[in-house]
Design a protein around this ligand. Structure first.
Ligand SMILES: C[S@@+](CC[C@H](N)C(=O)[O-])C[C@H]1O[C@@H](n2cnc3c(N)ncnc32)[C@H](O)[C@@H]1O
Length: 293
């Protein structure tokens, strides 16, 4: 049997596959930045930290990949151990942890006074699948985080296949009328961004901010006010009641437009723009069936 690489067939890469990311980070271990430079979200992150009820808020960086944003985040918090980096690629997590140890001796971090040395890491790093509630709860406590940082990770998750869940789902909203525990026997397909919204809501504090940078101006199906775009499944939370949109801005890319001369054809690459979303966690409580809360 001949195995043909996707690149050879000119197909788009499988951004929704864990295998794709592990392979990519193994062959390309150097830092790589999706969409924009690590400091592009600074004003929104600083605002989220300043407005937090917690004087020492916990930050969750989802799908950190090999972005330098993890290390840049250390410059905007008091204590780097309040930063928790997650990725489902254990290759990316191992690289990130190793790189932090190396950077701890770098003079750029001297003014951090975080007490770290070449042998002690400061930030938290965990290989976690954020679409799997058990994997997530193995590393993150419910109601723990004040700020979620998402640089193109929702874009990647939007490329995943539908998640098939059994109802009632393991994470649900409190309700006056108890859910029928024998709702359906066959798994229901749910768009992965709804699963992400429920999982992130579970581990966030009320009024926590989810700051996302995306290439899409229509990234989150649960914040457009359209009730019809949310799943109506008994035993699964209404994601539109968990997060509300505070701010959405189009941001011009810092990268300069390019002109390529290819034979006698001239290809102009126009300046691109991306979207910043600031979402706020509502007060709607969630619980985990059979434990944890
Ligand atoms: C488009 S890359 C963005 C990487 C980085 N945030 C950046 O800006 O360069 C998406 C990242 O999300 C991670 N990822 C995708 N699905 C995930 C999941 N279900 N759980 C955890 N990480 C995931 C991938 O491994 C990859 O590192």
């Amino acid at each position: 049997m001949v195995l043909i690489d996707e690149e050879q067939l000119d197909m788009p890469p499988s951004y929704g596959s864990q295998e794709y990311w592990n392979k990519r980070f193994t062959t390309e271990p150097e830092p790589f930045e999706w969409l924009e430079a690590p400091d592009v979200l600074d004003p929104f992150l600083r605002d989220a930290i300043d407005r937090s009820d917690d004087p020492n808020p916990a930050l969750l960086h989802i799908g950190c990949g090999t972005s330098m944003l993890s290390y840049h985040l250390r410059t905007i918090v008091q204590e780097p151990n309040r930063i928790h980096n997650l990725d489902y690629s254990d290759v990316a997590i191992d690289l990130g942890r190793k790189r932090e140890t190396e950077l701890c001796n770098d003079e750029r971090f001297e003014d951090q006074q975080c007490g770290c040395s070449a042998t002690s890491e400061c930030m938290r790093w965990d290989a976690v699948d954020i679409l799997d509630h058990q994997s997530l709860l193995g590393a993150c406590k419910p109601g723990a985080y004040s700020v979620i940082i998402d640089k193109s990770t929702s874009d990647c998750i939007a490329c995943c296949d539908q998640v098939h869940i059994r109802l009632p789902y393991a994470v649900d909203a409190w309700s006056e009328s108890p859910t029928n525990m024998d709702l359906r026997r066959s798994p229901e397909p749910v768009h992965p961004l709804h699963i992400l919204a429920v999982h992130l809501a579970l581990i966030s504090k009320p009024r926590a901010r989810w700051i996302a940078l995306s290439y899409s101006g229509d990234r989150f199906p649960f914040i457009d006010g359209l009730y019809s775009s949310r799943p109506h499944l008994p035993g699964f939370p209404d994601t539109g009641t968990l997060w509300k949109l505070l701010d959405k801005r189009e941001m011009q890319s810092e990268k300069e437009p390019t002109v390529d001369v290819n034979g006698d054809r001239v290809i102009h690459r126009a300046k691109t723009s991306h979207w910043m979303y600031a979402l706020e966690r509502t007060e709607m409580p969630l619980f985990v069936r059979g434990g944890h809360l």
